[in-house]
Write a new protein. Structure first.
Length: 351
């Protein structure tokens, strides 16, 4: 096949060096016209194609890409995943590809039903955007052979190719940021086990405290969403504080957190609102950090120090992987982790 033909193969047949073959085929000087014609003729006979030509053809290919997302991530106008979908759609358009969105309702996941885009093979490949249940993921991937990439989610059980942010190190860095500013009584807000991301972020938090010899307190690991539906809005967060703690009860104050590490900026905004309702001021009385660096304007009157997810790089990498899979070309398989950066704002003060 054409792809198996190398410059060294042509060089050996003609009796010249690989450098001479390369110069001849690329139109560079240093090769006689007779030898150039001989090399070009042999390359044509063998079906050799220059890598630059192949790359240009690959870039010119167009595909229809399906995007599957759980409905619970789109029923809120503050959706982080809606922003990520817009980024994915724009990047795909830049590659002359078309995206087609299908929203997966809760009823479609239990009992599982195949997305129409996949069952009718209306797309060349698909992206699963955001966490879905393991059972549903296994059902979908087990009923189609279409190429897939999991974006901002992980599937270590089924070894599905995925692109995700550095949840573990990112939250480790955020917790250390608080520790460096004198905080030791730090609570974690996030429902462990509800998603891979929230769980990984908890372990980053736990690692930072453990390295400093600070014992983990189970009562300071706080749920922020419904365990069954995964819905966070309106779910009561049991903050271990009281409205009078900072005002009259000095002995109690020592047993309340001075900082909250939240699994996302949306949860951080809710925590800040709840603290303010109890008489606390952020950051004067209590510090709060988040994750994502994405929050719809107007949801919080305090700018939240956070870990910024590199959404553009994640989308770009996922799109690259999927296009390579569709074309049956080589790519790096498995989990791809994209680092982010700490963004200092106004929700933290030193103790």
């Amino acid at each position: 096949m054409a792809k198996s033909v190398k410059l060294s193969d042509i060089a050996e047949m003609i009796g010249v060096s690989t450098v001479t073959v390369s110069k001849a085929l690329s139109g560079k000087k240093g090769v006689s016209e007779a030898v150039r014609r001989q090399i070009q003729q042999k390359a044509d006979e063998l079906g050799y194609r220059q890598p630059s030509v192949i790359r240009r053809e690959q870039e010119a290919r167009t595909y229809t890409i399906g995007v599957l997302i759980a409905s619970r991530y789109l029923d809120q106008y503050t959706s982080f995943y809606w922003k990520m979908y817009q980024e994915l759609s724009a990047r795909a358009a830049g590659k002359e590809c078309v995206t087609s969105l299908e929203i997966i309702s809760d009823t479609a996941q239990t009992p599982p039903a195949m997305p129409r885009l996949l069952s009718e093979r209306l797309v060349d490949g698909y992206v699963i955007l955001g966490p879905v249940s393991r059972d549903y993921l296994a059902f979908v991937t087990g009923h189609t052979d279409l190429p897939a990439v999991y974006l901002d989610g992980a599937d270590r059980e089924h070894e599905l190719d995925c692109v995700m942010t550095d949840n573990y190190y990112g939250m480790y860095k955020m917790t250390n940021y608080l520790l460096e500013r004198g905080h030791e009584r730090i609570a974690y807000v996030g429902s462990i086990g509800s998603t891979e991301s929230i769980t990984d972020r908890y372990f980053g938090y736990a690692k930072a405290l453990t390295e400093k010899g600070i014992p983990l307190r189970p009562e300071w690991v706080l749920e922020d969403r419904d365990a069954r539906t995964g819905v966070a809005d309106h779910f009561p967060i049991a903050l271990p504080v009281g409205a009078r703690d900072l005002q009259t009860q000095g002995d109690v104050r020592g047993e309340t957190p001075t900082a909250y590490v939240c699994n996302c900026d949306r949860t951080a905004a809710r925590v800040i609102t709840m603290l303010e309702e109890k008489g606390y001021r952020v950051p004067r009385d209590v510090s709060v950090v988040g994750f994502d660096n994405y929050l719809y304007p107007g949801l919080c009157d305090v700018e939240i120090t956070t870990y910024e997810v590199d959404m553009r790089e994640m989308v770009s990498r996922a799109l690259y992987m999927l296009r390579r899979k569709i074309a049956k070309e080589y790519y790096k398989k498995g989990v791809t982790v994209i680092g982010g950066r700490l963004v200092e704002k106004a929700s933290v003060r030193s103790v």
